[in-house]
Design a protein around this ligand. Structure first.
Ligand SMILES: [Zn+2]
Length: 273
């Protein structure tokens, strides 16, 4: 089957979560004709004010929503959708209501492939871990006629996602960061939270986004309110475009209804075409 027959949905916690690890993948599949959707649980209103000239705590959610719209336009995907959940509180809000919202979106968009965080949330961010849990549960429930039957109508139908992928980083990438002198950690409120890598044998899928690194970089640069004007993990835009790690996006196939790969996949729609 051609890509134009497929829908791909990425689900993350915050505007900018998509940029480093999946921006190239989203741009690639959109360019190939796939329907690509990005859904975030929040508008990132609990994020830090990194650029005081640009944001205040009050306008942060508005600015971050606009930044995500900018990034989606550059990736060439549909406008972002939001679950309107409160940033920073995802593990403690009503889990049933949150999962029901996500199930509804899956039933409306009907993706064959769903991407989300792995259980480590890249650096243990509790919102990321909550999103991983919701997506893993919703993957099963969206196809279950006993779950949230009141949602069902002409546009919201039972749907079985075929493959659920976790966006992950390899141990090799983390080691390379350490060797280059970078601290492989994300700062939250002044505290460095270590980025978690996965061993090679857990990585099932590597997407080569070499042809889409320019869009990936421009999408990343939309998120000025969170990353500032400098490129994280690189000296310059020119340098990051040349980095092998920027050209490969790595995943673990976490759930599948269409079997398991016997060798490294290079296409999220393997076994579906
Ligand atoms: Zn995040």
């Amino acid at each position: 089957m051609k890509s134009s027959n497929f829908a791909l949905m990425a689900f993350f916690a915050h505007p900018d979560d998509e940029a480093f690890g999946t921006g190239g993948t989203l741009a690639k599949y959109a360019a190939e004709g796939c329907d690509v959707y990005l859904v975030t649980a929040t508008r990132g209103e609990a994020g830090e004010v990194v650029v005081p000239d640009l944001t205040t705590p009050a306008n942060l959610p508005h600015v971050r929503e606009e930044e995500l719209r900018c990034a989606c336009e550059i990736y060439g995907i549909h406008s972002p959708r939001f679950l309107d959940s409160p940033d920073g509180l995802l593990p403690i809000i009503h889990q049933g209501q949150a999962v029901a919202k996500l199930v509804r979106v899956i039933r409306e968009l009907k993706p064959q492939v769903l991407i989300t965080f792995g259980p480590d949330g890249i650096y243990g961010h509790y919102d990321h871990i909550a999103v991983h849990r919701w997506a893993t549960i919703a993957y099963e429930l969206a196809a279950d006629p006993a779950c949230f039957p009141d949602q069902l109508d002409d546009s919201c139908e039972l749907h079985q996602v075929s493959k659920l992928y976790f966006r992950v980083l390899s141990d090799e990438r983390i080691n390379a960061l350490s060797e280059s002198g970078e601290r492989p950690a994300v700062m939250m409120d002044g505290v460095p939270f270590n980025i978690v890598g996965r061993p090679n044998d857990e990585i099932t899928t590597v997407i080569d986004v070499t042809d889409y690194v320019a869009a990936k970089l421009r999408g990343l640069q939309c998120h000025v309110s969170q990353i500032g004007y400098d490129i994280p993990f690189a000296e310059s835009a020119e340098e990051v475009l040349e980095q092998p790690w920027f050209r490969q996006e790595t995943y673990t196939l976490g759930r599948s209804k269409v079997g398991w790969p016997e060798q490294m996949e290079t296409d999220l729609f393997d076994a579906l075409r």
